[in-house]
Design a protein around this ligand. Structure first.
Ligand code: HAM
Length: 410
């Protein structure tokens, strides 16, 4: 028996319905803030992601050479692709541009619960607004989109400036190495990296930075930074709107393109793979031939949200099974069409089963059987059988549809 590739999943109808329901709630949340959906290709030129995504992601990419000898890759994330699209198609649009997406991404990671090789991101990119209000909008929207899904989570908000200020004497390579350890929250690797480079004097301030409870403490540890006013304004806006978050200036983010404000979300009931949200401000467009435009966005790890929420009962709506004798088949198709036109999910026997077997089958999956034999065809009626109570009555098609609709309203 052939198996699906490692790190991928099949989704059965119940799971797909749950996913679509939650996706729909997130879509509705961002729509209300004016974000409109865009779509980019599943694969891109490799260099789009090697320019500024960072070592971690580059090593995990599904790269291939196409028949024309071009180096291509399945997208490991969507932000770079959306900014490429902005440079190609969107430069003339009035700013700020508010775009959202729901897209699958591919990373060759070691699979485990909540970590897959194909996974879906629900995200937004706000392009062309370089203000604390823009930063705050994206954070508030991430919070609202996650709230709409029903997941319980902790929101952490920080800024890269204080940490970069602490590390400013280090070479870019050392900075990147230390930020990568911080991003993975790998304390052992961090200690080893600091010791190996004779930087143990940074151990304490880095730990203190991660533990700061207030913005004021951050500047006591890291010193004043030019971004201070912007950081304070962003946090004040979040506070004014009652957003629940924790200041976290230990956030480093795994992707290299972030420039300032950064934030992450963690599902409370998940273990190792509990990060369900990542985002921040960044600049990418100038690398792709566009203007040096400030952008800000986030991506929600949709699959992790689904793991966190778990299975929940679905409302499948009323189901009708049309049951008929061979002579009544054409009438059965007409009747089924009338129920469907009224918005009712309606299934007709396709297996050539006898009447008894058809009713038994309908009883497994439907709420009502609509029975059509010679008598009903001649009289222009249907027999409606409530499969929950066993009650049945012959009536006009219109009455039957009305009764099924009433059942749906209960
Ligand atoms: P990211 O943190 O790399 O950010 O990914 C966003 C989210 O995708 C993560 O927080 C996580 O929930 C989910 N995720 C990542 N890898 C996997 C995986 N292997 N399996 C399941 N879920 C995964 C970005 O991708 C940025 N583009 C976010 C962004 C948008 N920044 C600005 N705009």
């Amino acid at each position: 028996m052939l198996q699906k590739p490692r790190g991928t999943r099949d989704f059965l109808p119940d799971e797909m319905e749950r996913r679509r329901l939650i996706e729909g709630r997130m879509r509705e949340a961002v729509r209300r803030w004016g974000y409109r959906e865009v779509c980019t290709p599943d694969f891109e030129h490799l260099e789009l992601f090697t320019m500024k995504s960072g070592e971690g992601i580059i090593q995990e990419m599904y790269t291939f050479e196409d028949k024309g000898g071009r180096q291509m890759t399945l997208r490991p994330e969507v932000t770079a692709a959306v900014l490429r699209m902005y440079v190609n198609e969107g430069k003339v649009l009035p700013k700020p541009i508010r775009w959202c997406y729901f897209a699958d991404c591919f990373r060759y990671e070691r699979p485990q619960k909540g970590r897959y090789r194909q996974f879906w991101q629900f995200g937004v990119e706000l392009i062309g607004a370089d203000t604390a209000s823009a930063d705050a909008e994206v954070i508030m929207l991430a919070d609202e989109a996650l709230q709409s899904s029903g997941v319980t989570f902790d929101l952490h908000v920080g800024h890269l400036a204080p940490m970069k200020h602490l590390l400013s004497d280090l070479s870019p390579e050392d900075q990147r190495m230390i930020m990568a350890c911080l991003d993975k929250r790998d304390q052992n690797a961090l200690s080893a990296a600091l010791e190996g480079r004779g930087l143990t004097h940074l151990t304490e301030p880095l730990a203190a930075l991660s533990e700061c409870q207030t913005v004021a403490e951050v500047f006591e540890i890291a010193g004043d930074v030019p971004e201070r006013a912007r950081i304070e304004e962003t946090f004040a806006l979040l506070d004014s709107q009652g957003i629940e978050y924790r200041p976290d200036f230990g956030i480093a983010r795994g992707l290299d393109y972030y420039t300032g404000m950064v934030f992450e979300g963690f599902a409370r009931n998940l273990g190792a793979e509990n990060q369900i949200l990542g985002g921040g401000t960044y600049r990418l467009a100038h690398l792709f031939g566009g203007d040096d435009v400030a952008s800000c966005g986030f991506a929600i790890g949709f699959d992790r949200v689904m793991v966190s929420i778990g299975d929940f009962p679905l409302e499948l709506g009323t189901v009708v099974g049309v049951v008929c004798t061979p002579e009544a088949r054409e009438r059965a198709l007409e009747v089924a069409r009338a129920f469907r036109n009224a918005g009712v999910r309606t299934e007709v026997d396709l297996m050539g089963r006898g009447m008894g077997a058809q009713i038994a089958h309908a009883a497994k999956a439907a709420d009502f059987a609509v029975v059509l034999g010679k008598r009903e065809v001649d009289a222009g009626t249907v027999t409606l059988k409530d499969l929950h109570t066993g009650e049945q009555q012959e009536k006009s098609l219109e009455e039957a549809i009305a009764e099924v609709a009433r059942h749906g309203d209960r």
